[in-house]
Write a protein that binds this ligand. Structure first.
Ligand code: FES
Ligand SMILES: [Fe+2]
Length: 383
């Protein structure tokens, strides 16, 4: 984010804090509660959002060198991402073309030259080409050229790796226009570029919540004073946050208490992340939280209508990481996980109460407008 934009954000947050204003939308918004538990709705979300849209499945830090690979089943599809000797990143269905066994069973690794199926030993190179069939003569004229791994569209930007989890037809390009997809959040992600950052940790959590309800917990600060009063709320001003819709995504800054002291600093040195956390809701299922010294990446995947998997990753610039003891980063992560435990405890009550008949809709206040935007974008994608 350009310095002038950062100063504009800071001034807007300062004005809100000093005048006790909120970043209101024009009115209340709603989403129907059955969108969080209907099996039909869930099936449509998986078929569309988790098969046809790009979803974050890995980080550049895990895939720097030729032979580095990552596997993932988080979207419900078996995915293998690997860096080739040509430096190109490729994604495949992690499924052997002989009799459908999982090809690579480890979550990640390095120095791979070929993936060898554990069942009968068929092997594939880093481009997905079938290069070896055990006792191949007995397979006669099987066309090896059409038995390579099924490819998926993949893109890498700003330290993250997106995959569209539906197999491409043979010959179809694996490139897709991630820049258009990111749209007006792309310049921000580039300015906070994580391409060279390391993954400090990834913590998977299985909340008893619909995957969208997990995202909802990130999109407003209204709950901080009550729910997080004993954990992270003391770091932040009460509900001082700005929201902007950016294509199908959104971005918002969350003011820390230190913002009120910023006048002591020369204006030319103001840095937004010193006094605020900058969050991005990346459609459909990822939230990024950039702070002064790390980024939290939160990706929510559907398990069932009433269960989600969220991967909580902490990414850090290695030069910044080296300036602090490892215990500092661990404490940071633990603070985030403690706050999320508070969110997900209350979230589980919401999920189990959806069917009670108490509410037909979730009501989003004027300053909870980002939730309204988010659900409107999901609805639009499904129609
Ligand atoms: S299923 Fe992979 S080699 Fe047979
Ligand atoms: Fe929270």
């Amino acid at each position: 984010m350009q310095h002038a934009d950062q100063v504009a954000y800071i001034e807007r947050l300062l004005e809100m804090a000093r005048a006790n204003l909120r970043d209101d939308g024009p009115g209340l918004t709603h989403t129907a509660v059955d969108t969080y538990f209907s099996q039909d709705r869930y099936d449509r979300e998986v078929a569309t959002l988790f098969r046809r849209y790009p979803v974050v499945v890995a980080f550049s830090a895990q895939l720097r060198k030729a032979g580095d690979f990552v596997t993932s089943t988080d979207t419900g599809q078996p995915i293998l991402v690997a860096r080739g000797t040509d430096g190109k990143l490729r994604a495949f269905l992690n499924v052997c073309r002989h009799r459908t066994a999982t090809l690579e069973t480890r979550p990640c690794g390095a120095n791979k030259r070929a993936f060898v199926c554990p069942y009968h030993g068929w092997s594939y190179d880093l481009t997905g080409k079938l290069v070896g069939i055990t006792d191949g003569a007995w397979f006669g004229d099987l066309d090896r050229g059409t038995h390579g791994l099924k490819q998926l569209a993949v893109a890498e930007r700003c330290g993250m790796v997106w995959v569209v989890p539906t197999a491409l037809e043979d010959g179809q390009s694996a490139d897709f226009d991630i820049d258009s997809f990111l749209g007006t959040v792309k310049p921000d992600l580039q300015s906070w570029d994580m391409a060279t950052w390391e993954v400090h940790s990834t913590t998977p959590i299985r909340p008893r919540m619909n995957w969208k309800l997990v995202i909802d917990t990130f999109l407003e600060l209204y709950h901080f004073r009550y729910l997080h009063g004993a954990s992270v709320a003391p770091l932040f001003l009460d509900n001082i946050t700005t929201h902007e819709r950016r294509d199908r995504h959104s971005r918002f800054a969350v003011a820390k208490k230190t913002l009120l002291e910023i006048d002591k600093e020369p204006r030319g040195t103001w840095r937004l992340l010193d006094h605020a956390v900058m969050l991005y809701n990346l459609f459909p299922n990822t939230v990024l939280a950039y702070t002064a010294d790390h980024c939290g990446v939160f990706t929510s995947y559907p398990i069932s209508p009433d269960e989600a998997l969220i991967n909580v990753s902490i990414l850090v610039d290695p030069t910044v990481r080296a300036t602090k003891p490892e215990s500092y980063w661990d404490t940071n992560r633990d603070l985030i996980l403690a706050a999320l435990a508070e969110d997900f405890a209350v979230g589980a009550t919401i999920q189990s109460n959806f069917r009670s008949g108490a509410n037909k809709v979730q009501t989003f206040g004027k300053f909870e407008k980002a939730l309204g935007w988010y659900h409107a974008e999901i609805d639009a994608a499904l129609t």
